[in-house]
Design a protein around this ligand. Structure first.
Ligand SMILES: Nc1ncnc2c1ncn2[C@@H]1O[C@H](COP(=O)(O)OP(=O)(O)O)[C@@H](O)[C@H]1O
Ligand SMILES: [Mg+2]
Length: 236
């Protein structure tokens, strides 16, 4: 479904992506991992057309994304940093996004699941980080696009919300969706991801199952495997 060829992106002199190739097939949960600043968000934003690469190609279902915006309708996206307009109430923001997307949505269910009812009439500027993140989750899960991209969805969540999020992601996978996700919580990644994509020095350093990664690094848990990966000499 997603094919990326020889992607290059630099910000000034800072080379972030340097000849990145990646193929993501339809259906399943793909975790994009890598150290801070390794270009995970840049890669995600390139797929969304929010970052314009210096060179390289990105195809979605066989078509290049270069010629327009329409392909974005097939994608639901949770941004790592959501800059919500602070003077809007939660319910006003949800309404606004629904009006913009013009698609069927199931926000009520999500509002109940994340216990957001008491916050619907509150202004976004007054919410705690964790509550804002729950709103961010509602906005990205309330539509039914085949591709779901979640950039650090676990940020600031309490354990109950984390369990809810996990359940939600598994439900979306059951519907046949393709889910790209970044997260720093390795236990969360280990529990949900079908495949790991590890970004290092502007390229895909490893792509495969968690079992394959553990074998390659000779580790017995994902956290240690990830820590060991940068010191493992061979590229895959
Ligand atoms: N809009 C931007 N302008 C300049 N530098 C940027 C911009 N976005 C990202 N970067 C830089 O690109 C690198 C990769 O950032 P990012 O993709 O956010 O990494 P990650 O999500 O893996 O932490 C970092 O060095 C960051 O400072
Ligand atoms: Mg990021």
């Amino acid at each position: 479904m997603i094919k990326i060829e020889n992607l290059h992106k630099k910000f000034g002199k800072n080379v972030v992506l340097s000849g990145l190739d990646l193929e993501i097939k339809n259906g399943g949960i793909f975790a994009i991992l890598g150290p801070n600043g390794s270009g995970k968000t840049t890669l995600i934003k390139s797929i969304l057309g929010m970052v314009v690469p210096n060179s390289g190609q990105i195809y979605l279902n066989g078509a290049t994304i270069k010629n327009g915006w329409k392909y974005r309708k097939q994608i639901d996206y949770l941004p790592q940093i959501a800059n919500f307009p602070g003077n809007l109430k939660v319910k006003e923001l949800i309404r606004m996004i629904k009006d913009l997307r013009q698609m069927p949505s199931n926000e009520e269910e999500l509002i109940t699941q994340f216990k957001l009812e008491p916050f619907l009439d509150k202004k976004l500027s007054t919410l705690s980080g964790g509550t804002k993140q729950k709103v961010n989750i509602v906005l990205s899960f309330m539509f039914e696009s085949p591709l779901l991209i979640l950039d650090e969805p676990t940020t600031g969540l309490d354990p109950a919300a984390l369990i809810n999020l996990k359940k939600l992601i598994m439900q979306e996978k059951e519907k046949g969706k393709t889910i790209l996700i970044t997260s720093h919580i390795m236990q969360f990644v280990a529990e949900i991801a079908d495949e790991i994509v590890y970004l290092l020095e502007g390229k895909i350093y490893f792509k495969g199952s968690i079992e394959e990664l553990m074998t390659k690094t000779q580790q017995t848990d994902l956290e240690h495997a990830i820590a060991a990966i940068a010191t493992t000499p061979t590229h895959v």
